[in-house]
Design a protein around this ligand. Structure first.
Ligand code: ATP
Ligand code: MG
Length: 785
C-alpha cells in the first residue's frame, strides 16, 4: 500500500514524505502539493507503524482539517483517519486544556470568550477604572492585549517591558498594563479563556508542568503543521514544546502566502525554523499541479514585485490555458451581473457544477450585491464567514443562557442575561454585584448565591429576585447533566422567557429573529443527532454543543454544504482551497488594497500577497473585475482600478469590456499600462439589465427545512427514518452493499460496506456530494431507493 501511495507523488514530494530522520520544513509556492505532502506523509507514517492517535496534524481552519481527514480516509480508510488528532490550534489546545484545567487553576467547564465578549469586558474595565473612553478605545486596548498574548507576554512582563510601556505612553494610554492585569483576573474569576488564552495557557501549562508536557510530547510522536507561514509566536512556541524531544515535526508553508501579520504571524518564524531545530531539512517543491501555465505565470509576475521573499521558481506542466481575464464594470450592480452571467455561461459550456466556482472579495460587505444578483438569477450559493449566524443578537442571548448553565461564573454571559428578559434586576443592582465581587475577588455568581455573606447592598425585594434567578439557573444546571443538549436547550429558551419575548412581535425583523431561533434549534437537533449517528456519543451534552459553537470563527462559520453551490468568501478564508473558476472582484484602489493598508510598504506587500493567494486558488479560469462606480456609505462613489493590476505581466491578461476596440488603462505609479482588449459582451456605459431579463426568474430562497418548530419536539421527517423506534421504520436488513440510499442530511449515496450486528450495525456510505461517511444505523436517517 505504501508503494502505491508513493507513486502518486513526484520525486521531491516523495522525498519530503519519506524523510523521517528529524525536523523538516517544506517551503513551496501555491498549488505545489504542500498539503498533499502532509496528507500522504500521515498515510506513510501509518504504514510505517505509527498509531493514528500518536499523530497530530494542525491546520488553519476547521474546514481544512475536515478536508484533510477525508483525503487521508480515502488513502487509508476512514476508521484510521478518524482516530488521528487533527484540528486547528485552538480546537486541539482547548481540548488539552479541558483535560488538564486543574493544573493551571481552571475548572474543566471553562467558557471560551469570543472577540465581542473580550472587548465588552475590556470596555467594562475601562469604565470601572474611570479612564477616558475617548482616549482608551476599548477595541485598541483589546488589540494590544491580544498582541501581547500572542507574543506570550503576561501582564507582569508587559508592565516591566520598557518597549511596551513607552509604546503605551506614546499612544497616550499608560494604563493599558493595569487594564491587562485586571482583565486577566476577571477572566480567571469567570472561569473563562479568550481565544488568545487558549494558546497562552497551553504554553504555560507545558512550561510549568514538565510531566504534562512530556506526556503530550510522547502522545504526539509526530506533529505536522499546514500553513506554517501564518502561525504566530505563541503557536510556534507550543509546537516546539511538543516536538523538541523527538524532533518529529514536518511543517509546510509558503512565505508568499503570509497574510496574517495583523494577528501576530511573522514571516521570520519560517525563516528561523532551521535555527530552532538543529539539522532540520529544508525541502522545496516547484511544480504547481493546480493551475494552468498562464495562471501560474501571472501569479509569479505579480508576487515578484514584493521585495521580501524566499526565492522560488514555480512552474506548471498543465495546459497553457487561457489568460487571466479583466472585466471592468460600470457599477457594482453590473459587476455582479457580469460574474453571475459568466457562471451560467461557463457552467453550460463546460458542463460543470456550481461548486466549481468561487467569488473572492477583500471584505465581507462586498458580498451583498452578488447575493442579490444570484437570488434573482436562481444561482445557488453559500457565503462563508460574514456576520456569523452565531453573532446575531438573539442567538448570542440564547448561547449566553447556555454558557451560564454550564459555567455560572461566566461573567460576560451572566451580564447579558441577568436582566433579559426583564426580571427587575437593573443596572444599579448589577453595578453593586460587580463592586462586591471585585472587592472580594470572587465571581458575580458567587455574590448572587450568597448576597448577604458578601455584603451586597440591595433591598429584600431584590434579594428575592436574585434568588429566583439563581434557582432557575441551578435547576437547568442539574438537568444539563442528564438531558441531551437539544432538549434542555429548548426548555431553557422557553422557561427563561426568551421565547415569549421573541415571539411577541409581528414585524419583519421579529419574524427574522423567530426564524433564526428556529434555525438555531434545528442546528442543535442536527448536532445531537449527527453525533449519535456517527457513533461519537449517546449523551450529547449542552457543554459539547457549546464547545462546538464557541470555536466557530468567522473564517469557519460554514455548515455542511449538501448540494453544489457557488462559494462566496473573503480571500483570507480561501486559503488552501482551489476551484476551477475563480472571480476576484472589486479590484479597485479603495478596496484592494484595503485603504487601511496603504500607508507602509510592509502593509502593501501583505496586500499583494493576499492577491497572490486569490489568483493561485484558480485552476482553469481566473476572472478579475472592478467597478467604476460603487454604491457605498449611502451614495454612489467613483473609484479607479487597483494599482496591483499593473503588476501583472500584461501579456498574461486579456481585457474584456465588451467593446472590441476599447482599451483599458490601469493606474499605476510607473505610468499607464494598456491592456489588449477583446470580446464583445458588455459595453461599458450600458447597463446590462435587458440582456439578462430572460434569466431573471423567481428568487432563489434558500431556507433550512423547518426540522423543528419552536416549543415542541418534532419527530424526524416521516419519509426518513432510523432503524430503531419509529413505526415506519426501514429495516436495516434491506440494506446491503451496493444499495443506494437517500440520507436526510448527506443526500444520495452508495453503501460500500456494512459491519457489525444489532445495535452496533454500521454502514460506510459514499455520498455523491458529502464524501464518504460512516453511519451508526440505529440513529441514521435515510431511505433505501
Ligand atoms: P496552497 O499553497 O494553495 O495551500 P498546496 O501547496 O498545499 O497549495 P495542494 O493543495 O496540496 O497544494 O495541491 C494542489 C493541487 O495539486 C491538489 O489538487 C493536489 O491534489 C494536486 N497535486 C499535488 N501534487 C500532485 C501530484 N504529484 N500529482 C497529482 N496531483 C497533485
Ligand atoms: Mg495547502
Amino acid at each position: 500500500m505504501t508503494d502505491n501511495i508513493l507513486e502518486q507523488l513526484n520525486d521531491s514530494q516523495r522525498e519530503a514524505v519519506t524523510y523521517c530522520g528529524g525536523a523538516s520544513l517544506v517551503i513551496a509556492g501555491a498549488g505545489s502539493g504542500k498539503t498533499r505532502v502532509l496528507t500522504y506523509k500521515i498515510a506513510y507514517l501509518l504504514g510505517q507503524g505509527f498509531m493514528p492517535w500518536n499523530i497530530l496534524a494542525l491546520t488553519f481552519t476547521n474546514k481544512a482539517a475536515r478536508e484533510m481527514k477525508e483525503r487521508i480516509g480515502a488513502l487509508v480508510g476512514i476508521e484510521q483517519a478518524r482516530r488521528l488528532n487533527m484540528g486547528t490550534f485552538h480546537s486541539v489546545f482547548s481540548r488539552i486544556l479541558r483535560t488538564e484545567a486543574q493544573a493551571i487553576g481552571y475548572s474543566p467547564n471553562f467558557t471560551i470568550y469570543d472577540q465581542s465578549d473580550s472587548r465588552s469586558l475590556v470596555k467594562a474595565i475601562i469604565k470601572e477604572m474611570g479612564l477616558d473612553e475617548k482616549v482608551y478605545k476599548h477595541t485598541s486596548v483589546a488589540d494590544r492585549i491580544s498582541m501581547a498574548k500572542n507574543r506570550l507576554m503576561l501582564p507582569q512582563a508587559y508592565a516591566s517591558s520598557r518597549q511596551t510601556v513607552s509604546d503605551d505612553v506614546a499612544r497616550k494610554m499608560p494604563a493599558v498594563k493595569d487594564i491587562y492585569l485586571r482583565y486577566c483576573d476577571r477572566c480567571r474569576q469567570a472561569n473563562a479563556m479568550d481565544f488568545d488564552d487558549l494558546l497562552v495557557n497551553t504554553f504555560v501549562l507545558f512550561d510549568r508542568n514538565e510531566d504534562i508536557r512530556r506526556k503530550y510530547s510522547e502522545r504526539f510522536g509526530y506533529v505536522l503543521v499546514d500553513e506554517y507561514q501564518d502561525t504566530n509566536y505563541a503557536q510556534q512556541a507550543i509546537v516546539t514544546q511538543l516536538t523538541r524531544d523527538h524532533q518529529h515535526i514536518c511543517a509546510v508553508g509558503d512565505d508568499a502566502q503570509s497574510i496574517y501579520s495583523f494577528r501576530g504571524a511573522n514571516i521570520d518564524n519560517i525563516l528561523n525554523f532551521t535555527s530552532s531545530y538543529d539539522g532540520a531539512r529544508l525541502f522545496k517543491l516547484e511544480q504547481n499541479y493546480r493551475s494552468t501555465q498562464f495562471i501560474v505565470q501571472a501569479a509569479n509576475s505579480l508576487i515578484k514585485h514584493n521585495s521580501r521573499q524566499i526565492p522560488k521558481d514555480t512552474f506548471s506542466r498543465n495546459e497553457q490555458g487561457e489568460k487571466l481575464v479583466l472585466k471592468p464594470a460600470y457599477s457594482d450592480k453590473e459587476e455582479a451581473l457580469i460574474v453571475c452571467n459568466d457562471i451560467k455561461r461557463i457552467r453550460r459550456e463546460e458542463r460543470c457544477e456550481y461548486s466549481d466556482f468561487a467569488i473572492l472579495y477583500r471584505t465581507n460587505s462586498q458580498s451583498r450585491s452578488f447575493e442579490e444578483c444570484m437570488r434573482k438569477m436562481n444561482i445557488p450559493y453559500h457565503i462563508y464567514g460574514g456576520m456569523s449566524f452565531y453573532q446575531r443578537k438573539e442567538i448570542k442571548d440564547v448561547i449566553a443562557y447556555f454558557r451560564v448553565v454550564v459555567n455560572p461564573d461566566d461573567e460576560e454571559a451572566l451580564r447579558r442575561i441577568i436582566n433579559y428578559p426583564s426580571r427587575g434586576i437593573g443596572d444599579t443592582t448589577l453595578g453593586r454585584i460587580v463592586a462586591a465581587a471585585t472587592l472580594n475577588g470572587v465571581s458575580l455568581w458567587t455574590v448572587i448565591c450568597s448576597p448577604v455573606a458578601y455584603g451586597l447592598d440591595v433591598n429584600k425585594g431584590t434579594i428575592g429576585k436574585l434568588g429566583k434567578f439563581r434557582d432557575l439557573v441551578m435547576g437547568w444546571g442539574e438537568r444539563a447533566n442528564t438531558d441531551d443538549a437539544y432538549t434542555i436547550g429548548r426548555d431553557i429558551i422557553s422557561d427563561s422567557g426568551v421565547s415569549c419575548d421573541i415571539y411577541s412581535g409581528r414585524d419583519p425583523e421579529d419574524i427574522a429573529r423567530q426564524e433564526n431561533l428556529e434555525e438555531f434549534l434545528s442546528g442543535m437537533q442536527d448536532f445531537v443527532e449527527s453525533r449519535r449517528e456517527e457513533g461519537m456519543e449517546e449523551h450529547v451534552a449542552l457543554a459539547d454543543f457549546l464547545q462546538e459553537v464557541s470555536l466557530l470563527t468567522d473564517l469557519d462559520s460554514d455548515t455542511e454544504v449538501d448540494s453544489p453551490k457557488v462559494s462566496l468568501m473573503t480571500v483570507h478564508s480561501a486559503k488552501g482551497l482551489e476551484f476551477p473558476t475563480v472571480f476576484i472582484v472589486g479590484l479597485e484602489e479603495n478596496i484592494f488594497p484595503s485603504p487601511m493598508c496603504t500607508s507602509s510598504m510592509r502593509e502593501l506587500e501583505e496586500e499583494r500577497r493576499l492577491l497572490y493567494v486569490a489568483v493561485t486558488r484558480a485552476e482553469k479560469h481566473c476572472i478579475l473585475t472592478c467597478a467604476q462606480n460603487r454604491f457605498r456609505y449611502g451614495r454612489m462613489e467613483y473609484d479607479t482600478p487597483s494599482r496591483f493590476l499593473r503588476d501583472f505581466d500584461p501579456s498574461l491578461i486579456r481585457m474584456d469590456n465588451g467593446s472590441p476596440e476599447a482599451s483599458f488603462q490601469a493606474h499605476g505609479s510607473a505610468g499607464w499600462k494598456t491592456y489588449e482588449s477583446s470580446g464583445s459582451r458588455f459595453v461599458n456605459s450600458k447597463p446590462v439589465a435587458t440582456q439578462f431579463k430572460a434569466d431573471l426568474k423567481m428568487p432563489h430562497v434558500e431556507r433550512l427545512k423547518p426540522a423543528s418548530s419552536f416549543g415542541k419536539t418534532v419527530q424526524p421527517t416521516a419519509s426518513f427514518t432510523n432503524s430503531s423506534g419509529s413505526s415506519s421504520m426501514v429495516s436495516s436488513h434491506e440494506l446491503c452493499e451496493g444499495s443506494m440510499i437517500e440520507h436526510q442530511r448527506f443526500g444520495m449515496g452508495e453503501v460500500l460496506r456494512i459491519e457489525g450486528v444489532g445495535e452496533n450495525m454500521k454502514a460506510t456510505v459514499n455520498f455523491r456530494n458529502a464524501g464518504t461517511k460512516q453511519l451508526l444505523l440505529k440513529f441514521a436517517k435515510y431511505k433505501v431507493i
